[in-house]
Design a protein around this ligand. Sequence first.
Ligand SMILES: Cc1cc2nc3c(=O)[nH]c(=O)nc-3n(C[C@H](O)[C@H](O)[C@H](O)COP(=O)(O)OP(=O)(O)OC[C@H]3O[C@@H](n4cnc5c(N)ncnc54)[C@H](O)[C@@H]3O)c2cc1C
Length: 537
Amino acid sequence: MSLQTDILVIGSGIAGLSFALKAAKYSHVTIVTKKDQAESNTNYAQGGIATVISPDDSYELHIKDTLECGAGLCHIDAVEQIVKNGPHLINELIELGVKFSREEGKLDLGREGGHSRKRIVHAKDLTGREIERALLHNVNTNPNITVLEHHTAIDLITEHNLKSKKNPEEINCYGAYAFDELNNQVLTIISKLTVICTGGIGQIYLHTTNPAIATGDGIAIGFRSGCKLGNMEFVQFHPTSLYENRISPSDEQAFLISEALRGAGAVLKTRDGNEFMHKYDSRGSLAPRDIVARAIDNEMKKRGDDYVYLDITSLGESKIKNKFPYIYKRCLSIGIDMAKDMIPVVPAAHYMCGGIASDLNGRTSLTGLFVLGEASMTGVHGANRLASNSLLEALVFADKAAKVCEVEIKNDMHKCPGDIPEWDESGTENAEEWVLIAQNRNEIKQIMSNYVGIVRSNLRLHRALRRIKIRSELETFYKKTKITRELLELRNMALISYLIISSALKRRESRGLHYSTDYPELSKKYLKDTIIDNRKL
Ligand SMILES: Cc1cc2nc3c(=O)[nH]c(=O)nc-3n(C[C@H](O)[C@H](O)[C@H](O)COP(=O)(O)OP(=O)(O)OC[C@H]3O[C@@H](n4cnc5c(N)ncnc54)[C@H](O)[C@@H]3O)c2cc1C
């Protein structure tokens, strides 16, 4: 089975949907998405979108906060681009029907860690769900956009798939193969331009705020085809996910307790009720996420505790219920009344700062291939993402990419060759040993959580590198096994884990989210992105 389209978008979170709506003005867009169309990291975002609106705020301050958080690795041009384009793109979202929270008619602004001003536009504590709802409504009524749910992109189509050309100097992308899970077949999607918008990687860790779709597929797919990657060692752990004393199924998502609570006055305490953040940073509980996550990790290890507490009781019941209705309800469902009780929290893998390297328009190192959102490394986040800058980054880069794609489509700059083969599954058979897949998935999560977490060391990273050799075993299994989504995800998770470990080993210093007990200091020598080029490996 094959189909042709002008632009193929892989993923239906904020990056994919906002790009598609703009690109549909000049082309036909096909979106493939792994599960139901709303299932994405975007759908779970709570806090909101950082943007300069308040009269006491300025672009300079937002830029300064972002650079400080990024620990020397942010690209200033990328940071300026997201900050300066924020306000008008927030207005566009409002025009598309997104209903942000207001107070006395004006947008209500929240504050989060690392921000020197109140600048988080939000829809109560369900911002992502509201954005996703409005974008999907517009996408589903647009005749130029086709959405294919339950289609998992497997790999890109490039010269390597053609019979005619092998090992070219310049790699062109002509679309992708996607596994249609409901009909159990592989679709060949031929497109002039392809845009990877597949989100993050949280599922390679045992404890993550990310939903089950976040297995790093797009980054792995891009890398296999020759894309350059950057800064894969910088995995952000959110300091506060709800601690629930139970064994979780292997791909369960930890419930996030938004940073906005700390912005509203919540403080972290040890289990015996003592505040501890002032020992680590003068900003206390509102210090940037890497510092808070490390402090919690340290307190838990030192005291042998499984969690710490977040105390927001001082805000009062009516404000808590009004500002955080969703979090309040979820906590209450397990017997915690936030107005009276402290909330048990633990850090969880949350956001990938690295990804496929892109320029200021989302272009990758492959011709005809773009990357947007969490799967990209644009230079905005550097070594650590400032809270609520990621939805903003996705919006702004989608807008820029849509503009350059318009020129390329209108000038008919990309021709697809006629000899693109359909997917060949000869020589593969149904696996009988499904237990192997579940076992390998858990093994990867264990390796990454135990050895490549918040605090790293050479010993742990080298051990992780040795253990992740199951990757080669998996490649052999993959080549002779009929495709399933689980198998595709497992293959990608193993590759992503390997790439994170390799990048972490290259960075012999502690910077931002990468903290090594062997190299606890910053080093000028490493004041640069960690680039991994598949063609040079
Ligand atoms: C709990 C939580 C709270 C957050 N809160 C905030 C916040 O307040 N502010 C903020 O700025 N950021 C927040 N973030 C981060 C932010 O939500 C994400 O970085 C952002 O939504 C990423 O958008 P995206 O479009 O790049 O990816 P996603 O929204 O994750 O979308 C990825 C899409 O790709 C699809 N996909 C994946 N693999 C494949 C494949 N192989 N084939 C086809 N489709 C595929 C998925 O199904 C999905 O549709 C939060 C994240 C989480 C998890």
